[in-house]
Design a protein around this ligand. Structure first.
Ligand code: ADP
Ligand code: ASP
Ligand code: MG
Length: 401
C-alpha cells in the first residue's frame, strides 16, 4: 500500500516528538508499505516567525512572509529525515518545490494547481520514505508560496490524490474528530465516521482539527481521510462520502469560532446598488465576509452588519474608507464569536434552529446574528458566552450519549 501520513505541529513539537514520529513512520514502512510523510512546523513556530516579521513591519510583504514561514516546515522535514536515516531507514526530505507542488500566486493563501509527481515517484521506487515540508509550493515565477494557516493538511490531501495513495492519515494531538472541541466540552464524543460535507462545515466554522480547504479537496478528489492521534494507537475518525446511516443522526457536531469580528456600518445610503458595491469591493480584496444583516431603512439610510475574520479588520477599514459619504460610520466588535450546530440530518428534519434558540435563551445567552444553511445553524454571541453556548447545545442534542 501507498500511505500518506501528515504530522501536525504538536506531533513534531520537540526533538523527542520527532523521534517518536520517526519510529511510527519506520513501523509503517517495515509493514511493507510505501510511505510519504508531510510535516508541519514545530508547534508555535509559524506564530513565532510571524511575530518576528511584525517586529519590523505592521504590513510585511507577503512574498517575503512566504519565504519566512515556509522555513518552519523545512526544519521539521529535514530533522525527521535525519532521524530516520540514523535508524538505518532510507528517507529523503523535500521542500514543496522539490515535491513538484505548483500553486497560483496568491501569496500566503495560495491554491495548489498541480503536482508533478516524477521526483516523488523516483524516490519511492528507490525504496525511500519521502518527507515533504507541508504548507508550501512554488508559483509559475518560481517564487515560494504558502497555503494558508493549517495548510499542511492540504499538502497531504493533494499529494495523496496526485499519487493515488491508498490512505491519507492526518495525525494531531486528538485521536479523531469529536462532537465538539474536547478542550471546550470534556464530555465530547469521538465520531467513528463523518461525511465530507459535515466535516467541511465544522472546519470552516472553526473546528481546526482539519483545515477546511483540505476537506474540500478530499471531497472533490474522493480521498478518504483518517484523523488520528500521534500520541496513541486509538482508532481514528474516517472522513468520507455520507451514508444513509449518517442521515439518521440529526446533529453531529458543534463548532466554535473565536476569530470573528462584527462590522457595523451605520447610515448607509439607501439606494439600489450600495450593498452590491460594498460587497463586490470586499470580495475583490478577497475578504471573506460571512453573515450579513441589513435593517429596514429609516430616513433614507439603513444599517448593515456583517462578520469577517478578525485578522481582516484593518483591511476592511481601508476598503470601507473608500466609500466616503455613502457610509455614515463604521465600528468593529471583536468580542463576539460564532457557534454553529452541524448535521446532515437537518436536511430531512425541521426544528433544529428553533430548539437551539430556545436552549440559548434558557441559558440567558443573547443571540446577535443568525445564519442557516441546509446542514447548519450558526449564531453570533458575546465572546464570553461562547464556550457556555457550545456546552448548552452539546447537551440539548445529547451529543455526549
Ligand atoms: P495540528 O497542529 O496537528 O494540525 P490542530 O491544532 O490544527 O492540530 O488541530 C487539533 C486541535 O483541534 C485539537 O487539539 C482540538 O482542541 C481542536 N478541535 C477543535 N474542534 C475539534 C473537534 N470537533 N474534534 C477534535 N478536535 C477539535
Ligand atoms: N505551520 C503552518 C501553520 O501553523 C501550517 C500547518 O501547520 O499546517 O498554520
Ligand atoms: Mg492543523
Amino acid at each position: 500500500m501507498l500511505i500518506v501520513q501528515k504530522y501536525g505541529g504538536t506531533s513534531v513539537g520537540g526533538l523527542d516528538r520527532i523521534e517518536s514520529v520517526a519510529k511510527r513512520v519506520a513501523k509503517t514502512k517495515f509493514k511493507g508499505n510505501s510511505v510519504v510523510v508531510v510535516v508541519s512546523a514545530m508547534s508555535g513556530e509559524t506564530n513565532k516567525l510571524t511575530e518576528y516579521a511584525r517586529h519590523f513591519s505592521k504590513n510585511p510583504s507577503k512574498r517575503e512572509m512566504d519565504i519566512l514561514l515556509s522555513s518552519g516546515e523545512r526544519v521539521t522535514a529535514s530533522l525527521l529525515a535525519i532521524a530516520l536515516q540514523e535508524m538505518g531507514v532510507g528517507a529523503i526530505a523535500m521542500t514543496g518545490r522539490q515535491a513538484g507542488i505548483q500553486t497560483n500566486s496568491a501569496h500566503t493563501y495560495a491554491r495548489i494547481e498541480s503536482i508533478n509527481t516524477d521526483a516523488m515517484k523516483r524516490e519511492l521506487d528507490e525504496g525511500n520514505i519521502i518527507i515533504v515540508a507541508g504548507f508550501q509550493g512554488i508559483n509559475k515565477e518560481d517564487r515560494v508560496t504558502t497555503l494558508g494557516r493549517g495548510g499542511s493538511d492540504l499538502s497531504a490531501v493533494a499529494i495523496a490524490a496526485a499519487l493515488g495513495a491508498d490512505a491519507c492519515e492526518i495525525y494531531s494531538d486528538v485521536d479523531g474528530v469529536y462532537t465538539t472541541d474536547p478542550r471546550v466540552e470534556p464530555r465530547a464524543k469521538k465520531l467513528d465516521f463523518i461525511s465530507y460535507e459535515e466535516m467541511l462545515e465544522l472546519s470552516s466554522l472553526g473546528a481546526k482539527v482539519l483545515q477546511s480547504r483540505s476537506v474540500e479537496l478530499a471531497k472533490k478528489m474522493g480521498v478518504k481521510i483518517v484523523a488520528k492521534s500521534s500520541f496513541s494507537d486509538n482508532e481514528g475518525t474516517i472522513i468520507s462520502e455520507e451514508s444513509d446511516e449518517m442521515e439518521e443522526v440529526l446533529v453531529s457536531g458543534i463548532a466554535l469560532d473565536k476569530n470573528q469580528a462584527r462590522v457595523s456600518l451605520r447610515e448607509v445610503s439607501d439606494r439600489p446598488g450600495v450593498a452590491a458595491e460594498i460587497f463586490t469591493m470586499l470580495a475583490k480584496e478577497q475578504i471573506n465576509v460571512d453573515m450579513i444583516i441589513q435593517n429596514a431603512s429609516t430616513d433614507g439610510t439603513t444599517n448593515l452588519g456583517f462578520t469577517v475574520p478578525q485578522s481582516e479588520m484593518e483591511h476592511v477599514e481601508r476598503v470601507i474608507g473608500q466609500f466616503g459619504e455613502d457610509i455614515g460610520s463604521v465600528d468593529f466588535d471583536e468580542n463576539i464569536c460564532k457557534v454553529s450546530v452541524v448535521g446532515v440530518g437537518m436536511k430531512s428534519h425541521s426544528g433544529v434552529a428553533a430548539s437551539a434558540f430556545s436552549a440559548l435563551a434558557d441559558a440567558n445567552i443573547n443571540i446577535q446574528m443568525i445564519s442557516t444553511s441546509e446542514i447548519k445553524v450558526s449564531v453570533i454571541v458575546d465572546e464570553k458566552f461562547g464556550e457556555l453556548a457550545v456546552r448548552v447545545l452539546h447537551e440539548i442534542y445529547q451529543l455526549d450519549k
